[in-house]
Design a protein around this ligand. Structure first.
Ligand code: GPV
Length: 807
C-alpha cells in the first residue's frame, strides 16, 4: 500500500503459511484432516498476531522506558469491527495472506467471513472511538484506550414480517485470538458496599505502516472469590454463587440504547467499574515509573467520550485524596488539568442525570465528593455573579426538585479543562444553547474538533479496487495523508480516468447486489441508482421522511411518470425499547414487500432493508453508495460520520445543513451536493411562532396521498391501525419537522434524478467528492486533539528496539 509500509516479500507469505501450519497443531491441537474453516481462521489470526507482537512489545517498552506523556481515551463503547483484514493491511501483508490461504486450499475471503466482529458499541459514538484508536497508533501517539469487555455486544438484528427481532451476540463464544488476558492487572471497585474485581484484557491496535501498536484495555468483571465458602459449607449453594453471578453481570452486556439515558442501576455500575479500574491502572503505571502522584496530569491526559465516563471527575478526586493522601486543592488542580470532555449530542433525552438515591446507595463517597465540588463551584459563582440565585441553580451539579439528580454533563464541564463538540455547528450550538451559561463563565474552555474517519478501514480495507486506482493515479501517500486526495481534482475531467472510476464503482455495486440477494433474496440492478440510508434508526434521523419519499415515488411511477431506476437501501438497528423506531422499520419492510413484487415497479424501483447493519456490512455498503442520505432535522445530528465514509468513497450527498454535512458541502462544493431543508436557525424561528405540520401538509397533495396510502393498510396487509401512531404523530406534533422539509426534500430528489441521467457529470461529481474529503480523516481530528487538548507528541517506535533508551 503506502510507500512507508514494509515492502511485501514472498518469504513473508511463506512464513505466514508455516505459522498457520504450526498453530493448527500447537494452538488448535488438530490435524489438517479435522480442521474446520474456523480453525484455519484462528490459525491465520494467530500467525498475524505473532508478527504484530514484535511491534506491540516494542511499543510498550519504548513508552515505558521513555516515560512518555500519554493520552488515555475513556469510552463505554468501541465499535471495532473485525481485526484480521485491518491488521493485514496495516502490516502490508494482505496479498501474502491471500497466497498462504490459497496454498492451503482456502480463500482469504472465507477466513475473513469467519471472524465475529466485536460489536462493543451502538453506533457513531462507538465507531468514532475505534477510528480514533487506529489514528492515534498511526500517528505514533502514546495512547491507551480504556473500556468494557462486554461478553455480549450489540444485539443481532433479524428482520421478519413483523419487523425487527433481536438475539444476543455471543462474539466470544469461540474464543478471541486478538486479546491477551492480564490477570496481574486487576483492581477492586466497591459498588454499593460490594467489591467487584476488574481484570484487564488487552487488544493491540496497530498503526498503519509504522511500528506502533497501542493497547486497547477492556475490563472484565469478576467476583473477588468464586465461592462464598461460608454459605457453601452451610449447604446454601445458590447463595454461594450469587455474588459471583451478580458481580460478573457488570460486564455481561452492552446497553443497546443510542442517545437515550434510562437511569438504570447496572449502567451506573458499569460506568464506575470501568472508570475506576482505568484510573487505578494509571496510578499503577505512574508508580511503576517512579513518578509521584502529584505529577498525574503531566503523565496523563484523560479524554471523556461523552458523559458515560464523567464519574471520573469524582473518582480521580477520591483516589488522589483517600488513597494517595493528596489535599483537596492540589487534587482539584490535578483533576482539572488532566480531564477533558467531548460532548456528542444536544438531545435532552441523552443527557445523563442519576437519581440521588441511587447514587447514594451505589457510590456514597463519590457523591460526597460531588457535593463538595458543587459547594465550591457555587461559591465562586456567587462571588462572580452576585444576586443571581437562578443562574446558580441552572449551573449546579445537582438538579433540584422532588427527584434530585446529579447532572453528569455539568460534572464533566466543571471537572474539565477543555470541552469540545464534534462539528462546527454542533460546537456553536453547544455554546449558544446547552452550555450557554457555562460558556459565559469559562469562554476559553469550549472548542470544536470536527470528527473524522480512518481511511485505512473505510477506504483501503473496505474498497480495495478504489485504493488501487488511487495508488495508480496519485501514488500511495493518501492512506497516511488523506489531503493528498486533492491530486485527483484534475482527473475529474479525464475521460480515461473516469472510465476506470466507473469500473470501480460498478464492481462495488455488483458486490453489494450479491450481498443483498444473499441476505434478503431480492434481485437488484447494479446499474440503478443506489440510494442509501444506513445508521441507527431514530426519529431525528428521519428514516420515515425517506420512506414517505419512496411511497411518493411509487405513486408517481404507478401514475406513469418516467423516473430513472432506483434501489433504495435502508439499514440500521432500533433500540429494543424504542417503539416508534421499530415501527419505522416495520413500514420500510412493508413497503419493500409490496413494491418489490409489483410488476409495474420492475426495473424502476426496489426497496431493501438490509438486516443487521454492522461494521462488516458497512464495509460492503459504503463503497457502493451513489446517493448518501443525510437528512436529519437541522441542529440535531451532532456530526455524523457515515456521511464522511460515503462521500470519501465517491457518493453524492442529499442532505440538510446539519452536523458535518455543512463542512462536507463547504469542501466538496455546493454544485456537488444536493442541499435541502430548513436551517437550525429557521427551525428555531418556526418553533418560536408555534409549529404545526397541518398547513404544510394541506398544500401538498402528493404527501397527503402517500400518507393516506400508508394509512389505508396498503403496506400492512390491510391493517389500518398498524402505522397509526407514526402517521398521527406526523400529522399532529411532528416533533422532527418532517412536514416542513418534505417538499424541499422532494425538490432535491428530483434534482438527483436529473443529475443521474447525465452519467458523465455524475462521475465527475463523484470524483470531486472523494478528492475534496481529505479533511475528514480521523488522523486530522486526532492531530487536533493531540496538539490543542492533550499536548501529546508522537513517539516513534523503532523495530527491534531491543535495548530501549532510558531517560
Ligand atoms: I450521546 N452519538 C452516538 O452515536 N451515540 C450516543 O449515545 C451519542 C452520540 C453520535 C452522534 O449522534 C453523531 O452525530 C456523532 O457523529 C457521533 O456520536 C460521534 O461523535
Amino acid at each position: 500500500m503506502a510507500s512507508s509500509t514494509p515492502a511485501p516479500c514472498p518469504p513473508k507469505g511463506q512464513a505466514l503459511l508455516e505459522a498457520m501450519r504450526r498453530h493448527l497443531f500447537s494452538s488448535q491441537a488438530k490435524s489438517a484432516s479435522l480442521a474446520t474453516t474456523h480453525d484455519h481462521y484462528v490459525c491465520l489470526s494467530l500467525a498475524v498476531r505473532d508478527i504484530l507482537l514484535t511491534s506491540w512489545v516494542d511499543t510498550v517498552d519504548t513508552y515505558t522506558s521513555q516515560h512518555v506523556r500519554t493520552a488515555t481515551y475513556m469510552s463505554a463503547e468501541y465499535l471495532l469491527g473485525p481485526h484480521l483484514e485491518n491488521n493485514l493491511v496495516s502490516l502490508g501483508l494482505r496479498e501474502e495472506a491471500r497466497a498462504a490461504c490459497e496454498a492451503l486450499g482456502l480463500t482469504l475471503e472465507e477466513m475473513l467471513a469467519e471472524e465475529p466482529e466485536p460489536g462493543l458499541g451502538n453506533g457513531g459514538l462507538g465507531r468514532l472511538a475505534a477510528c480514533f484508536q487506529e489514528s492515534m497508533a498511526t500517528l505514533e501517539l502514546p495512547a491507551i484506550g480504556y473500556g468494557i469487555r462486554y461478553e455480549f455486544g450489540i444485539f443481532r438484528q433479524q428482520i421478519g414480517p413483523t419487523g425487527q427481532m433481536e438475539s444476543t451476540d455471543p462474539w466470544l463464544a469461540r474464543g478471541n485470538p486478538w486479546e491477551v488476558i492480564r490477570p496481574e492487572w486487576s483492581y477492586p471497585v466497591v459498588i454499593g458496599g460490594q467489591t467487584v474485581i476488574g481484570v484487564a484484557y488487552d487488544t493491540p491496535i496497530l498503526g498503519y505502516g509504522v511500528h506502533t501498536a497501542n493497547t486497547l484495555r477492556l475490563w472484565s468483571a469478576q467476583a473477588p472469590d468464586a465461592f462464598d465458602f461460608a454459605s457453601f459449607n452451610a449447604g446454601d449453594y445458590t447463595r454461594a454463587v450469587l455474588h459471583k453471578v451478580q458481580s460478573e453481570t457488570l460486564s455481561k452486556v452492552l446497553y443497546p440504547n443510542d442517545e437515550l439515558e434510562q437511569g438504570k442501576r447496572l449502567r451506573l455500575s458499569q460506568q464506575i467499574f470501568f472508570v475506576s479500574c482505568s484510573l487505578q491502572d494509571m496510578f499503577r503505571i505512574l508508580g511503576s515509573q517512579g513518578i509521584p502522584v502529584t505529577e498525574f496530569h503531566r503523565k496523563f491526559a484523560v479524554q471523556l467520550n461523552d458523559t458515560h465516563p464523567a464519574i471520573a471527575v469524582a473518582e480521580l478526586m477520591r483516589l488522589l485524596i483517600d488513597e494517595h493522601g493528596v489535599d483537596w486543592d492540589t487534587a482539584w488542580s490535578i483533576t482539572t488539568a488532566t480531564i477533558s470532555y467531548t460532548n456528542h449530542t444536544l438531545l435532552p433525552e441523552a443527557l445523563e442525570a442519576w437519581g440521588l438515591e441511587l447514587f447514594q446507595q451505589l457510590l456514597p463517597r463519590q457523591l460526597q465528593i460531588i457535593f463538595e465540588i458543587n459547594a465550591r463551584f457555587l461559591r465562586t459563582l456567587r462571588i462572580r455573579f452576585p444576586g443571581q440565585p437562578d443562574l446558580l441553580e441552572r449551573l449546579s451539579l445537582i438538579e433540584e426538585g422532588p427527584h434530585r439528580k446529579v447532572r453528569m454533563a455539568h460534572l464533566a464541564v466543571v471537572g474539565s479543562h477543555t470541552v469540545n463538540g464534534v462539528a462546527e455547528l454542533h460546537s456553536r450550538l453547544l455554546k449558544e444553547n446547552l452550555f450557554a451559561e457555562f460558556a459565559q463563565v469559562w469562554p476559553e474552555r469550549f472548542t470544536n474538533i470536527t470528527n473524522g474517519v480512518t481511511p485505512r478501514r473505510w477506504l483501503a480495507v473496505a474498497n480495495p479496487p478504489l485504493a488501487e486506482l488511487l495508488n495508480d493515479a496519485i501514488g500511495t501517500d493518501w492512506c497516511r495523508h488523506l489531503d493528498q486526495l486533492r491530486k485527483l481534482e484534475p482527473l475529474a475531467t479525464d475521460a480515461a480516468f473516469l472510465e476506470r472510476w466507473q469500473g470501480v464503482r460498478e464492481q462495488a455495486k455488483e458486490r453489494l447486489a450479491a450481498t443483498i440477494r444473499q441476505d434478503t433474496g431480492v434481485l437488484v440492478d447494479p446499474s440503478s441508482l443506489f440510494d442509501v440510508q444506513v445508521k441507527r434508526i431514530h426519529e431525528y434521523k428521519r428514516q420515515h421522511m425517506a420512506a414517505l419519499q419512496v411511497v411518493e415515488r411509487y405513486l408517481r411511477l404507478r401514475a406513469g411518470e418516467d423516473l430513472p431506476p432506483r434501489t433504495v437501501i435502508f439499514g440500521g438497528k432500533a433500540a429494543p425499547g424504542y417503539a416508534m423506531a421499530k415501527l419505522i422499520i416495520r413500514l420500510i419492510v412493508g413497503m419493500a414487500e409490496i413494491i418489490n413484487i409489483d410488476p409495474a415497479m420492475d426495473g424502476r424501483l426496489r426497496v431493501i432493508f438490509l438486516p443487521n447493519f454492522s461494521v462488516k456490512l458497512g464495509q460492503k455498503i459504503y463503497p457502493a453508495v451513489d446517493l448518501s442520505e443525510q437528512i436529519s432535522t437541522a441542529g440535531m445530528e451532532a456530526s455524523g460520520t457515515g456521511n464522511m465514509k460515503m462521500s470519501l468513497n465517491g457518493a453524492l450527498t442529499i442532505g440538510t445543513l446539519d452536523g458535518a454535512n455543512i463542512e462536507i458541502r463547504d469542501r466538496v462544493g455546493d454544485d456537488n451536493f444536493f442541499l435541502f431543508g430548513h436551517t437550525a436557525e429557521q427551525l428555531a424561528a418556526i418553533n418560536r411562532n408555534g409549529y404545526h405540520p397541518m398547513p404544510w401538509l394541506e398544500n401538498d397533495a402528493l404527501a397527503k396521498e402517500a400518507i393516506d396510502l400508508i394509512g389505508s393498510g396498503h403496506f400492512s396487509e390491510g391493517d389500518r391501525d398498524l402505522f397509526h401512531p407514526l402517521l398521527a404523530n406526523l400529522c399532529s406534533s411532528d416533533p422532527f419537522r418532517v412536514m416542513a422539509d418534505l417538499g424541499d426534500y422532494r425538490r432535491a430528489q428530483n434534482e438527483v434524478d436529473g443529475a443521474w441521467c447525465d452519467a458523465g457529470r455524475w462521475s465527475m461529481m463523484s470524483v470531486l467528492n472523494t478528492a475534496r474529503c481529505g479533511f475528514f480523516s480521523s488522523d486530522r481530528s486526532i492531530q487536533e486533539y493531540a496538539e490543542r487538548i492533550w499536548k501529546v507528541v508522537p513517539v516513534p517506535v523503532n523495530s527491534c528496539s531491543v535495548i530501549p533508551q532510558s531517560s
